[in-house]
Design a binder for this molecule. Structure first.
Ligand code: S3P
Length: 175
């Protein structure tokens, strides 16, 4: 592993924890290039995530997710916003650990619901927009998120800029 290949920041966490928004702001604040795996998948497939899930199924989506993650191999010093399920594959977590630091954003199920309830973009939550479902799925994934993370930040009741500032100072400490 060379020095330049191990300093990317990967944002992970459940849907609605603010990964994409925080990632964009962090990109501006730090001058690092910023990538969003969901957008990369959509560009690559030339269709929306909802269409990929509907037409090809979740397994195919997960394959595409792993493929775009691996495409970031040559990129150093970046910020990469992952999908909520990217960590479900062990090899993806392994890849991230080899190439940088993993930053987990968390929120309560209620906060997540408040943030995502008016969106139809997440096939996994369509038809399941309630606290119980979100809490259940969160619980199933909790250990994976926790075990993957180098740094964890709670996002409930925090402004984007507050979260981003916290990330920057924690990254400084964890250098
Ligand atoms: C998913 C999260 C989504 C997207 C897809 C599946 C998940 O990304 O990758 O809908 O399984 O948690 P966000 O976390 O950015 O919403």
């Amino acid at each position: 592993m060379s020095d330049t290949s191990c300093n990317t920041i990967y944002l992970i966490g459940f849907m609605g924890t603010g990964k994409s928004s925080v990632s964009k702001l962090l990109g501006k604040m730090t001058g690092r290039k910023e990538y969003d795996l969901d957008l990369m998948i959509e560009e690559d497939a030339k269709k929306s995530i909802a269409d990929i899930f509907r037409e090809e199924g979740e397994e195919s989506f997960r394959d595409q997710e792993t493929k775009v993650l691996y495409q970031t191999k040559e990129i150093s010093n970046a910020i990469i916003s992952c999908g909520g399920g990217t960590v479900l594959r062990k090899e993806n977590v392994q890849f991230m650990k080899e190439h940088g630091k993993i930053l987990l954003l968390t929120a309560t199920a209620q906060t997540v619901l408040d943030r995502v309830k008016n969106s139809n973009d997440r096939p996994i939550l369509n038809g399941n927009m309630n606290v119980e479902y979100i809490e259940n799925l969160m619980e199933k994934r909790r250990m994976i998120y926790q075990q993957s993370a180098d740094i964890t930040i709670k996002t409930d009741n925090k402004a984007l800029v507050e979260i981003a500032n916290e990330v920057v100072s924690l990254l400084e400490k964890n250098k």
